[in-house]
Design a protein around this ligand. Structure first.
Ligand code: SF4
Length: 342
């Protein structure tokens, strides 16, 4: 079975409800559903299935609101050199390519990613590495894209080694969906490519639902963890996918069991045509509050919002401190308030 890449292929698999707007939705972003993700979709109702909803195009993508943006997190505004985003002094994003194993309909880079998505040429990659070399304040390089694990292991090893050779870089971080959506790609050769000799490599896994942690995925994550690579989890809060406490509870526990520390729960960005995935901040805060009463700190992500315009991420609560002229009121995990002296 191959990755599904066209509306016709999705129709043959019984994943689509006919709608003339689907052609427009498919034009606005490439389609890719790997066999592993296809196997997880409930064919009886793909539009409401939490896995199907993430990858099957929807007519709702043609509805664009005035608040939605082409570049919702402001990558372009913070890009001094092609392929680099320098938002915070001590770290940069390096985007070697914009190809992914799947195309997530809510993607915050949906205007950029795709099979024809721009990849850095050898000259552009050299210029990006030179930028990192010339900025001694850069301590962390985050490889993202697209999905950096779509590079062949040999090219990934070369890139990791080139970054590792820059003495002031202490941490190389990789963000990927590959262990979830194409776990066999996490081969011994690929894991070996992720072992810089000097710097420390961290691996961020994008996972939105406990069902994504199937046996093959857990095995791929174990191969990374057994190689000594620390793993962190990133989840996007998505309406109809994971916006209820039981689903998030199971996901965070599943990640911890797979040796992945939940890191961020991302509030959905203002991506064009993704209003059907959006959840209010108040709802997100209520979910985080409910998780606080159910999960250990090990399983708690930080709920963050990427400020539009390229201003970076901020934690958006919920807050647990109330004010009063001579004391703080602290709310515990079960909603009870307690006085704490100033
Ligand atoms: S894998 Fe990541 S970059 Fe690629 S489409 Fe999905 S969210 Fe976007």
């Amino acid at each position: 079975m191959q990755t599904l890449r066209t509306l016709e292929a999705l129709e043959r698999e019984g994943l689509l409800t006919p709608d003339p707007r689907l052609a427009t939705a498919a034009q606005s972003m490439a389609i890719a559903i790997t066999p592993e993700m296809l196997a997880l979709i409930d064919r009886s109702d793909p539009a409401h299935d939490p896995i199907g909803r993430q990858f099957v195009p929807s007519a709702a993508e043609t509805e664009v609101s005035p608040d939605e943006l082409l570049d919702p997190i402001g990558d372009e505004a913070r890009s001094p050199v092609k392929g680099i985003v320098h938002r915070y002094p001590d770290r940069v994003l390096l985007k070697p390519l914009h190809v992914c194993p799947v195309y997530c309909r809510f993607c915050f880079r949906r205007e950029k990613v795709g099979p024809g998505g721009e990849a850095l040429s050898a000259t552009e990659l050299s210029a990006a590495l030179a930028y990192i070399r010339e900025h001694p304040e850069i301590w962390e390089v985050i490889l993202t894209g697209g999905d950096p694990l779509m590079l062949a292991p040999r090219r990934l090893a070369e890139l990791t080694a080139a970054i590792d050779a820059i003495g002031h870089v202490g941490v190389i971080r990789i963000h990927s969906r590959v262990p979830i959506v194409d776990p066999e790609r996490v081969s011994g050769e690929l894991v070996a490519a992720l072992r810089p000799r000097r710097a420390t490599l961290w691996f961020g896994v994008h996972c939105n639902h406990a069902r994504e942690l199937a046996a093959a995925t857990r095995a791929a994550l174990a191969r990374l963890a057994d190689a000594g690579i620390p793993l962190i989890g990133q989840t996007v809060l998505l309406a109809g996918v994971n916006d209820d406490v039981e689903t998030l509870d199971q996901l965070m526990r599943g990640l911890v069991m797979a040796r992945v520390k939940p890191y961020y729960l991302h509030h959905p960005d203002l991506v064009r045509g993704t209003g059907h995935f959006r959840v209010s901040v108040e709802r997100g805060q209520a979910l985080m509050k409910a998780l606080r009463g159910r999960l250990s700190g090990l399983a708690q992500p930080t709920y963050v919002l990427d400020v539009p315009g390229g201003h970076g991420k901020v934690p958006i609560g919920p807050g647990y401190l109330g004010d009063d002229p001579d004391a703080l009121w602290v709310e515990d995990a079960f909603g009870e308030r307690h006085r704490y002296p100033r």
